[in-house]
Design a protein around this ligand. Structure first.
Ligand code: GCO
Length: 497
């Protein structure tokens, strides 16, 4: 393992150890520059004075006709009903029920109770005016143990949801895997086991055949990189391992699973479009040194090219493979023909953008911009523009959808019962503005999904971080439109700012 890789590993482990405190204070681990940034960061959610952009005042930023304004969720984060209708256990059930793994010991057992309240949630989506809704299908609801005949009751839930979306003229976008791997497959090695990729293709095939008529767009694997980094490097996500060799083996098998699912869709004859959902991080050198430039290039390899080159160029980036070494478990696992499967042509690329990264010559990262309540998120809208234009430049004009972008704020109802998240309005406005510029500059961006529709279970942060446009009062499960939801409804109505 190279020095740089080892540093990355250590730094990430240290970061995860301070994650809980950092999330609460927004200050942990901050450098001198970071401290200043974080201090203003606390203001990012703190109702900054409402400011209307020139564009908004003049009504000038119109998006292309039919632009897919949307919102996103994922199964484990909102559904609850963990033991109902034949659902099996997933790695997130195991992980969140293990003491010390999540803030306050929170689990997704109930979450936003969407499994029971989906009809009400569909009405809220209509009220919001959504044109597109991105959600995920829970693998353990469809196959409790990760293989075999699909569970009809699980499929029926998604059929009811899809019917409800179509009735309300909201286009569905379904993610096949958003991290809730059936525990039974984890017990057999999980994503370290090549067979899990084959199991995923079988599951995908069953879902295509059952729901294919109702789903125009499929996403395969949500953020493979997060499973690699958080699940296997830092271990602060399920399955909670800290094993670098396993991590990149997992990276390969997740991508193999993606490619096999693309092939399964084509083979099924089901007409939908399909693509990967990647969280991309623009990487910038922290200073002008040649060392920082070199470290940034390698960082970009691990953060972006490891997942883009394979799918769009049919090869893993050489610098990353060299850094991992010729005997890495990943290098040894790649079989002839795998990259051909992984690079099966896709119809679109889903981009999830949250933060830039600034890399020093020694391979550390530093903060340059205010963070949100999530200490890993620096607020830098220009980074979205940079990554969108870069993808189009380097990988061709594949249609792009933004499937996640948003921030957590410590939202709470005021005395009058309303939730004033003015900071989220500012954040979204700034990101919509750069998205519009990217379209103007030639990026084939067709839709934009805010993360998230509802407050929900934020993985190891439990319910402490609220990312929704809609507030969820967990004890009563009451939903309240935040100020950002009212604002977003107007954006959608006007098709722009
Ligand atoms: C992600 C996830 C979401 C998170 C969101 C905020 O893909 O990272 O899809 O589940 O909740 O990103 O951290």
């Amino acid at each position: 393992m190279s020095l740089l890789t080892r540093r990355r590993l250590l730094r990430r482990a240290a970061l995860s150890a301070t994650a809980a405190g950092a999330a609460r204070t927004g200050l942990a681990g901050a450098t001198a520059a970071g401290l200043a940034a974080s201090a203003s960061a606390l203001g990012a959610c703190d109702s900054p004075p409402e400011r209307e952009s020139d564009a908004e005042r003049n009504g000038t930023l119109r998006f292309p006709p039919g632009f897919g304004w949307g919102a996103a969720t994922s199964a484990y984060q909102i559904e609850g009903a963990a033991k109902e209708d034949g659902r099996g256990e997933s790695v997130w059930d195991t992980f969140s029920r293990t003491p010390g793994r999540t803030a306050n010991g929170d689990t997704g057992d109930v979450a936003a109770d969407h499994y029971h309240r989906y009809a009400q949630d569909l009405d809220l989506m209509r009220e919001l005016g959504l044109r597109s809704y991105r959600f995920s299908i829970s693998w353990p609801r469809i196959q409790a143990d990760g293989s075999g005949r699909p569970n009809q009751r699980g499929l029926d839930f998604y059929r009811r949801l899809l019917d409800g979306l179509h009735e309300r003229e909201i286009a569905p976008m379904a993610t096949l895997f958003h991290w809730d791997l059936p525990q039974a497959l984890q017990d057999d090695g999980g994503w370290e086991n090549r067979d899990t990729a084959e199991r995923f293709a079988d599951y995908a095939d069953a879902v295509f055949r059952a729901l294919g008529e109702q789903v125009p767009v499929w996403l395969t694997i949500n953020e493979p990189k997060t499973v690699v980094q958080n699940g296997y490097l830092t271990g602060h996500h399920a399955p909670g391992h800290q094993d670098e060799a396993a991590a990149y083996l997992v990276a390969h098998h997740l991508q193999l699973a993606h490619g096999l699912a693309v092939q399964a869709l084509r083979a099924s004859g089901v007409p939908g479009r399909i693509g990967p959902a990647l969280n991309l991080h623009p990487c910038y050198p922290a200073d002008d040194s040649t060392e920082a430039a070199a470290a940034t290039t390698l960082y970009d390899g691990y953060e972006n090219r490891l997942y883009l080159d394979s799918i769009f160029k049919g090869a893993y980036p050489r610098d990353v493979l060299a850094d991992l070494g010729p005997d890495s478990r990943m290098a040894r696992a790649v079989r002839d023909g795998d990259l051909k499967i992984i690079s099966s042509p896709v119809d679109l690329l889903a981009v999830q953008y949250y933060t830039p990264l600034y890399v020093t010559g020694s391979g550390d990262t530093v903060r340059r911009w205010p963070t949100s309540q999530a200490d890993w998120q620096q607020i830098y809208p220009q980074g979205m523009y940079d990554i969108l234009t870069r993808v189009t430049r380097d990988y061709g004009r594949v249609p792009i959808t933004i499937t996640e972008n948003g921030l957590p704020c410590p939202d709470a109802p005021g005395p009058d019962g309303t939730v004033d998240d003015a900071g989220r309005v500012t954040f979204l406005r700034d990101h919509f503005t750069v998205a519009h510029k990217a379209i103007t500059d030639g990026v084939p961006l067709e839709s934009y999904h805010v993360w998230s529709l509802l407050d929900n279970f934020e993985w190891n942060e439990g319910y402490e971080q609220r990312w929704g446009l809609i507030y969820v009062d967990y004890p009563t499960q009451r939903r309240i439109f935040k100020r950002s939801a009212h604002w977003y409804r107007d954006v959608i109505r006007r098709n722009g700012l």
